[in-house]
Design a protein around this ligand. Structure first.
Ligand code: THU
Length: 148
């Protein structure tokens, strides 16, 4: 966990709001195949919160993760700058450990977020969470700068 950058974890109220919002999304999770429910709350640069849940599919591969649901909802409404995302998840919606983002979601974050400052909040509840930068979870990530 990096502590040398300006993080939203100095704003405990905001972190708790993101955690509560992500947990509420578990009710909307559509996970009839895995039973693993995931909720996400994405904070834009302007301070709005976009929500997401995982949406599974009988053909499996069209399944969309909670993080990507939130990011795609925001991008589809013209938002492309993000500060943080909170992710929660567990079997049957019971939170026992951190639900870390899959590789595909980390790559989608890389497309729209500054890897040095974007905060990924992994939580079990308001009293138990840790904050990571995207760079910590996706070291040497490939992004648009590589194609410039
Ligand atoms: N899932 C997410 O929503 N986010 C992740 O980053 C990891 C996996 C979902 C996809 C699927 O519906 C379920 O969790 C089990 O993989």
């Amino acid at each position: 966990m990096r502590t040398d950058i300006e993080t939203i974890d100095t704003d405990k109220e905001l972190v708790e709001q993101l955690i509560e919002t992500a947990i509420r999304q578990l009710d909307f999770s559509y996970a009839p195949y895995s039973g693993f429910k995931v909720g996400a709350a994405l904070l834009t640069q302007e301070g709005e919160i976009y929500t997401g849940c995982n949406i599974e599919n009988a053909a499996f591969s069209p399944t969309n993760c909670a993080e990507r649901t939130a990011i795609f909802k925001a991008v589809s409404e013209g938002k492309r700058k993000f500060k943080a995302i909170c992710i929660v998840g567990g079997k049957d919606g019971v939170l026992t450990e951190y639900a870390a983002p899959c590789g595909v979601c980390r790559q989608v974050m890389m497309e729209f977020c500054d890897p040095d400052t974007f905060q990924i909040i992994l939580a079990i509840g308001k009293e138990k969470y840790d904050i990571f930068t995207l760079n910590e979870l996706l070291p040497m990530g490939f992004g648009s700068a590589n194609l410039a």
